[in-house]
Design a protein around this ligand. Structure first.
Ligand code: ATP
Ligand code: SF4
Ligand code: MG
Length: 379
């Protein structure tokens, strides 16, 4: 079987938590056997997902469920207070371990340097593997949750947009400028010198996100990594970014991993949806099946909370989403909120199993009937 374009296997991530530090709990052990200091806690305990050439995978879940950690961890693009402690990433046949054994001092210095220096639409991280560094620099585009903050404040937009080409290609200054202008045109921004000379504070949020997409496109990427690309945009700007992304998928065959908290927003663009809860992917299925035949009670609950013109009341999911640092993983993390929970649910963390087209983590998925979008609209 051919390998997927991009694959994350058994990603493990730890974050720093003050409560654990106060209690003096021992830190987790990394893949290399290093024991992290007290205060660190493993919040992603072996997350795997993949995307094929030209495919769009959406990671969807509530706020603080671990979506950004899952998306950015494989590229070592985590903020300080979080770090990858195990797992493997494969891109275009090349395998890489995003786990870097740092002392805390080195880690903080590295994060500071990286945060001060951003390159629009590009990962800025220190990779120990040169092949992976080159692939990430030339072949993968990034859209971040905060489009304005993703630009360096004191460097003009045009210069930042061309920086990745300058680093990774032999193109002349003139050729780079032409590529940047063409990319601006592709995202319906003016192909003007004025925009090239603009600074980030002169852009609206919607323009900043389009310009970020243009910067990523200068490299003609095969994969776009997008963390809540519609976040904070007004409805027309969000709709136009979504249209642009669909266009990139259709015309360029660009694969994407797209994070969103809004299941409805990704319906028109995703091929497959991975539903995230409590730092785990609890269900993955083709988009149509997720909406019409959900197999995990949480997925069904998310669908029930999508507002619809045909329905005056939303289904209410009881309880609150758990804090990742408090999850024990000795049972199903959804059990406290699940109407189908039994003893085994509280005792054994359900492994992923296949039920029809879904890969799902639920002991009872094969036996329970859950409402999807059809029945909700009919009621
Ligand atoms: N740098 C960090 N330091 C400490 N804890 C962190 C850090 N990053 C993430 N966490 C912990 O992991 C949880 C999940 O973070 P993550 O950013 O992946 O959530 P998310 O699903 O992307 O949420 P949102 O939709 O709000 O962006 C956080 O609520 C926090 O408990
Ligand atoms: S394993 Fe049990 S508690 Fe968890 S989602 Fe399935 S039925 Fe609910
Ligand atoms: Mg996030």
């Amino acid at each position: 079987m051919p390998k997927p374009l991009f694959e994350v296997k058994n990603l493990r991530i730890a974050v720093a938590d003050d409560h654990r530090l106060v209690r003096g709990d021992p830190g987790p052990t990394t893949e290399d056997g290093e024991v992290l200091p007290s205060g660190w806690v493993e919040v992603l305990v072996g997350v795997s997902y993949s995307v094929d050439e030209g495919e769009v995978l959406a990671l969807v879940g509530e706020s603080a469920s671990g979506k950004s950690l899952m998306l950015m961890g494989p590229f070592a693009l985590l903020s300080s207070g979080s770090r990858v402690i195990g797992g493997t990433v494969q891109y275009r046949g090349h395998e890489y371990k995003p786990f870097y054994p740092f002392s805390d001092d080195e880690s903080i210095a590295y994060q500071k340097e990286r945060d001060q220096r951003r390159i629009a639409g590009t990962a800025v991280a220190m990779y120990t593997d040169e092949v992976f560094a080159e692939l990430v620099g030339t072949d993968i585009g990034f859209l971040f949750q905060n489009p304005i903050g993703s630009w360096t404040p004191d460097i003009p937009i045009g210069e930042q947009s061309g920086e990745s080409l300058e680093m990774h290609t032999d193109l002349s200054e003139e050729e780079i400028q032409t590529r940047v202008l063409d990319a601006l045109g592709e995202v319906d921004l003016p192909k003007s010198g004025r925009l090239l000379r603009a600074f980030r504070h002169e852009l609206s949020r919607g323009m900043a996100q389009r310009a970020m997409l243009a910067a990523a496109l200068t490299k003609a990427p095969h994969l776009m990594i997008a963390d809540e690309p519609l976040n904070g945009l007004d409805a027309p700007s969000a709709a136009s970014i979504l249209e642009l992304l669909k266009d990139m998928r259709d015309r360029r065959g660009m694969a994407m991993v797209l994070v969103s908290h809004d299941l409805a927003a990704v319906a028109g663009i995703a091929d497959r949806v991975a539903v995230v809860y409590g730092g785990q992917i609890v269900e993955t299925a083709p988009v149509v099946d997720i909406y019409h035949r959900p197999k995990h009670p949480y997925t069904s609950g998310l669908i029930g909370s999508i507002p619809s013109a045909n329905r005056s009341r939303l289904r209410h999911m009881k309880g609150e989403a758990p804090n990742l640092v408090d999850i024990s993983h000795s049972g199903c993390s959804f059990a406290p909120r699940c109407p189908f929970a039994t003893d085994i649910c509280r005792e054994v963390d359900p492994p992923p199993t296949f039920v029809e087209t879904s890969e799902v983590r639920c002991h009872h998925a094969a036996k329970i009937e859950l409402p999807g979008i059809d029945r909700r609209n009919q009621s």
